[in-house]
Design a protein around this ligand. Structure first.
Ligand code: SF4
Ligand code: FES
Length: 237
């Protein structure tokens, strides 16, 4: 275990855990946006910034990736921290002015858009945090989406922004997206995501449409479980 102080509270945290985890386990709230417990943190949004002190030196770090250290002193609400978060939010509001989540966090922190940051109208609600790409690569294992273009033109989606051959329609990307950027729609017996239409399969017991056929075929191919055995929904198994 490691001894540290967060907001004047002496705490112990497991070696290898992050400042964010240590704070949350001790009831200390730090705002987050791109952090997802099941995925590797990439420190993309920086809303979770905190100030650390080591000896006489202080610096701002990203709490969802910075690991606890013996003797570390952490301040989650210093003026410097609040200023960094304010700037981060102003930049995020300019990058994706349509994002309700960003607006809500900004409102709660009394942060307002700054005219000096030019509004980006191309990215919808996307904050380019990469969670969708990560879950598709690391958890689902199909790598159907990624980033295209560079700099200010960078966007997330399937290659060439065309329906991806690799996509199985599982919707994991939409599930982990912190801003609701990824539209997934169920229409009749179809699911539509990233402009690709997937035929949904009905549970052979209750008749509810529960998964895209492509997803079940992919699971069958990668696990060896016969397709027919996968056509019963979780509730009816
Ligand atoms: S679509 Fe969502 S999860 Fe993917 S990069 Fe954008 S904000 Fe992050
Ligand atoms: S929540 Fe830590 S960088 Fe986004």
């Amino acid at each position: 275990m490691v001894n540290l102080v967060i907001d004047d509270k002496k705490i112990q945290a497991e070696q290898g855990s992050t400042i964010l985890q240590a704070a949350q386990e001790n009831g200390i709230q730090i705002p987050t946006l791109c952090h997802h417990e099941e995925l590797t943190s990439s420190g993309a949004c920086r809303i979770c910034s905190v100030e650390i002190q080591k000896g006489r030196r202080t610096k701002i770090v990203t709490s969802c990736i910075y690991q606890v250290e013996e003797g570390l002193v952490v301040n989650t609400r210093s003026d410097r921290v609040l200023n960094v978060r304010k700037l981060v939010l102003q930049l995020l509001m300019a990058r994706c002015p349509q994002s309700d989540v960003v607006k809500e966090i900004a409102q709660a922190m009394d942060v307002h858009p700054q005219p000096r940051f030019q509004l980006d109208q191309d990215k919808g609600k996307c904050i380019l945090c990469r969670k969708c790409v990560e879950v598709c690569e690391e958890v689902v294992g199909v790598s159907a989406i990624g980033f295209s273009y560079r700099g200010a033109d960078k966007v997330v989606g399937p290659p060439f922004m065309e329906p991806s051959q690799a996509c199985i329609g599982c919707g994991a990307c939409a599930y982990v997206c912190p801003t609701g950027h990824i539209m997934m729609e169920e229409r009749g017996d179809e699911r539509i995501i990233w402009d690709k239409h997937f035929k949904m399969v009905k549970c052979k017991v209750c008749g509810r449409m529960f998964a895209p056929e492509d997803q079940l075929r992919w699971i069958s191919e990668t696990t060896g479980v016969p397709f027919d055995k996968l056509t019963t929904c979780v509730d009816c198994r």
